[in-house]
Design a protein around this ligand. Sequence first.
Ligand code: ADP
Ligand code: ZN
Ligand code: ZN
Length: 723
Amino acid sequence: MPILEVAIKLPLHRTFDYLISEIGDLRPGMRVQVSFANRKCTALVLAIKSHSDVPPEKLKTISSVLDKQPVLTPPHIAFLQFVAQYYCHPIGDTFFTALPAVLREGGHPDKTQIPTISLTEKGKTLPTLRSKKQQALLSQLTHGGEIKLSELKALGFAAQTIKSLEEKALIEQTIVHDKDWTEQTLALGDKPTLNEQQATICSAVNAQQGYRTFLVEGVTGSGKTEVYLQCLENVLAQGKQALVLVPEIGLTPQTVNRFKKRFQNMPIDLWHSNLTDNERLHTWRRAEQGSNALVIGTRSAIFLPFKHLGMIIVDEEHDSSFKQQDGLKYHARDLAVYRAHQQQCPLLLGTATPALDTLQKALSNKYQLLSLTKRAQTQQDNQFHLVDMKGQPQQCGLSPMSIHWMQKTLNRGKQVMVFLNRRGFAPTLMCHECGWLNTCQHCSTSATYHRAMNRLVCHHCGEQDFVPKQCPDCGSTQIIPNGVGTEQLEQFLTEQFTDIPLTRIDRDSTRKKGSLESALDEINQGGARILVGTQMLAKGHHFADVSLVIILDVDSGLYSCDFRATEQMAQLITQVAGRAGRAGEAGTVLLQTHFPEHPLLQDLINNGYGDFARYALQEREEALLPPFAHLVIIRAEATNVNFVLRFLSDLVPATPYPGIQLLGPIPAPLERIAGKYRYQLHIHAQQRPVLHDYLAQLARYMSEHELANRVKWSIDVDPMDTY
Ligand code: ADP
Ligand code: ZN
Ligand code: ZN
């Protein structure tokens, strides 16, 4: 009897063999139902073969075949096999992570019909409405065209707003059937003439036959998006599909509408975490059948099975949201390289602040480096100032100089942005008498004081507690906040600048759906003049009137145990600074630091990110850190610290493995979270193949270890951080 090699969604680093009575039309990439450990489960056929290492009498027969057509093509199977091998992740779990939920659970692959929302004839007359939100929705549909319900929601429109407009018969839901777009000539919206640098990039990319990765290093506002659009134009005109990956926070109406306005008659799909299961399947199948021209999506869009992929673009390629932090720990940008190579198409990585890993590949000519050095619309460069905080009096973390600059800027009627990467009121509470600090009971860290809720909240395990009236150690009632969070900063600035409207943007203030969008709206309409926020404020948004940016806590990035901290700090400073001075005049950026003479800071502010990054790369090379060595972190955690230590120690071989350096077990920077002890093993290697051979052996050994089920462990290849 023929034998099927299948992948089953299990945390095991292996495939399974089953028998089938008659092969019929069965092909790899189809789903079958099998019984495993007395449970029925969906499995994916990877290969059909005549021999199994398992004796025939032990093999079971599959229960049924679920598909008439494969749900994955052979190249896509090869891609996912590569993913599993590269990230040393269980093969079944890899396949089933990539598949949309409906297919994962054995559902029917035929496309469900997804209604889209569009303007009615009455809506097209664009009546003036009293509700601002309803007006905004009309304007979205006018500029962005028909759109799926969930996409509207992802863009921040509330269900109620949509319903109200439906009741007024200004918008309607319709089912749009796929039509063949590949034969159509592109209907293009207005576009600017490219400047010389942009034109050079576009012709280099458009002339590319087959695979090549380009790094477009261009300062904020230098016209990268315009370059993407004009490169895409060439791809779509050939009837090929394209994928644009954006960071989680980058999927804004502004971005999406730019694509929709440019490619007016092209089917464009969005892919993000807010889609329903049916919508996900719908877009997956449209990609597979070539029915969509362009998909704009967050990281998991890299798994979409395009029929004719002609280009991949990764915008803000340095952004850490491209790396999945749990389960299958893949990096969408890195997988984009494999896919572009497999599909023999160009890959564009664009950013103002390239990741050091990417830059190194560009500098060593593995990727082609293309630069945009000037802002597209004439603009002066921002001025950086380091504010030496040593011995300075501080008010709520702000130096007198910073407050003075704020006053001056506000007097001129401009907006000010104050950036602090710590939410809550204060990072700890402290006893003024004896120095007691409130630590979380379950974690080796303190719980943050949230004044609005009047609670202590641990940002690591989520535990909430009442604020003690008395010190548990000495009984004193003088419990005071220690340190500054955004909530406190907001309070201080409201008192300091009484008449000036302020908006705070962080995870707490934007918890309600749509609240981020309305806060951003308010900022853009000039309603708020002081903006206080965490890194949420830093990314991707365009604020026209901000002319002063103050960054409060630069030092935490300079002296951190994480080797990527300085890189991320520099990216953040550059990105935040890019928010300033966008409307013609130069902006000012104040960096508060106790280490104004720090060479990396000096380099960054005097010579810019590009120079900083090249210098930082030298440091990495001397320390043999990534990208000059490859790093893998094995993480393990359990309530019982001995289990964790024994498990990790057992992984360290008695004699060293050639080409592999091991460090550990070492405690994680946060040794305890939610009551669990966390330790790590760091694996360094110069050569990828050596590393991957070693990892494959290690993974097998780990899954068979006696403690494998009592310790929660994971393998992180090319980790983004060491936490
Ligand atoms: P980036 O993506 O690098 O931040 P954008 O593509 O958004 O830059 O360009 C910044 C601004 O300059 C946008 O308003 C864009 O429309 C405009 N722009 C870009 N390229 C040109 C050009 N060649 N001529 C005129 N305006 C341009
Ligand atoms: Zn005390
Ligand atoms: Zn905690």
